[in-house]
Design a protein around this ligand. Structure first.
Ligand SMILES: CC(=O)SCCNC(=O)CCNC(=O)[C@H](O)C(C)(C)COP(=O)(O)OP(=O)(O)OC[C@H]1O[C@@H](n2cnc3c(N)ncnc32)[C@H](O)[C@@H]1OP(=O)(O)O
Ligand SMILES: N[C@@H](CCO)C(=O)O
Length: 355
């Protein structure tokens, strides 16, 4: 849908003609009381559930959680999943046309924040007639927006599930992001972000791929990589004669996959929104901001997450008045555990919705 009003941006100016792509499952109750908002992470999209289909070569990224009889039971709940503002899977982002309709924003897409993204989602909720979400849930970057929703719109969030996320990006998170952004910007194919008319294969694919590799290592754990790959060579390749270790081939694979489905400018824009995330900014600090939350809340982290360590979720659980004790998802998969440990995440959703 196209937002009715131009979107005022936190750093000034407005973004006109904002489109938000979204998918829904289930049926809204007449009073709108059964609506659940699911917010995706950095490279996710609105296709959270459903089988692989044309345009979506893989099943929804939380397919195990959303559907009839599943923790987000679509026989009971109306589940809404928007693609984030700044993204590249249907919502307005750098690949969208500028207001003059002649060329894409490219490198001149405005700097946006998590608060701008949530403000756009508020307009989407208004348009859908949803006054109050029964649950807002998100992991990682999605958790940042879920938290922003609960802080900026406390009356509109009945329950809140925050997974593997933080109240403010840490120095280390910004540092990893810096290397990723630089990898993209230094690719000669990036051309200041104005590469959409480049010949096939001439875009900033190498830079985006390197960014994904850096990120992917931080998304997983050292023990997992050790056990899965160790020092094994890839197939019959010989790392001492120009071949690869298996873990290198694994990273190549994840880089190739992302390059085929994601836009480098969006990667930068969204990474910068995460760097800018600080729920306490202009609100008297983190503790004061968290006290605004009135939702029944669960906060969970992944025990092997080296990117969003448990202390960050502990800070949220301790600071949000309606939060129960911190829950820990047990997984060797590191930060990606919130996408992979479906049974444990499902149990948290069921517990919160029962409450
Ligand atoms: C169109 C779309 O893809 S929509 C997807 C939307 N995006 C999202 O949801 C973002 C969030 N998702 C993700 O980041 C990832 O998909 C995750 C975290 C869920 C993946 O986690 P896992 O299931 O643990 O996958 P894992 O990291 O083990 O990687 C498996 C892949 O590595 C490949 N692989 C494993 N070992 C190797 C190796 N030595 N060399 C090359 N490839 C390898 C596997 O073949 C498999 O490939 P496939 O995904 O193409 O089938
Ligand atoms: N692997 C996930 C996690 C990011 O937090 C993604 O690509 O979106």
């Amino acid at each position: 849908m196209t937002l009715e009003r131009p979107l005022p941006l936190e750093t000034g100016g407005t973004l006109p003609g904002v489109r938000l792509a979204y998918e829904t499952w289930g049926t809204p109750a007449p009073d709108g009381s059964n609506a659940v908002l699911v917010l995706h992470a950095l490279t996710g999209d609105s296709h959270a559930a459903g089988p692989a289909e044309p345009g979506h070569p893989t099943p929804g990224w939380w397919d195990g959680l959303i559907g009839p009889g599943r923790p987000l039971d679509t026989d009971r709940y109306f589940v809404v999943v928007p693609n984030v503002l700044g993204g590249c899977q249907g919502s307005t982002g750098p690949a969208s046309l500028r207001p003059d309709g002649r060329r894409p924003w490219g490198g001149s897409f405005p700097y946006i924040t998590q608060r701008d993204q949530v403000a756009a989602e508020v307009q989407l909720a208004d348009a859908l007639g949803i006054d109050r979400w029964a649950l807002v849930v998100g992991g990682s970057m999605g958790g940042m927006r879920a938290l922003e929703w609960a802080v900026s719109q406390p009356d509109r969030v009945a329950a809140l599930l925050l997974l593997a996320t933080t109240g403010a990006a840490s120095a280390e998170q910004i540092a990893w992001a810096n290397a990723q952004i630089q990898a993209i910007r230094s690719d000669p194919g990036f051309r200041g972000g104005d590469y959409y008319d480049a010949a096939p294969g001439q875009g900033p694919h190498t830079g985006l791929g390197i960014a994904r590799k850096i990120a992917h290592v931080t998304y997983r754990s050292e023990p997992e990589l050790r056990v899965r790959f160790g020092r094994r060579p890839q197939g019959d390749e010989d790392p001492f004669r120009g071949g690869r270790f298996a873990v290198e081939s694994y990273l190549d694979h994840h880089a190739d996959k992302l390059v085929r489905r994601f836009d480098a400018n969006s990667y930068i824009v969204l990474t910068e929104t995460m760097n800018g995330h600080d729920v306490g900014r202009g609100r008297g600090g983190m503790a004061a901001a968290l006290r605004r939350v009135t939702a029944r809340t669960l906060v969970a982290g992944v025990d092997s997450d080296r990117l969003y360590p448990l202390y960050q979720q502990q800070e949220l659980a301790a600071g949000i008045p309606g939060a129960d004790r911190l829950r820990v998802i047990e997984s060797p998969a590191g930060h990606d555990g919130f996408l992979i440990e479906i049974e444990q995440v499902g149990a948290l959703i069921e517990e919160l919705l029962k409450g």
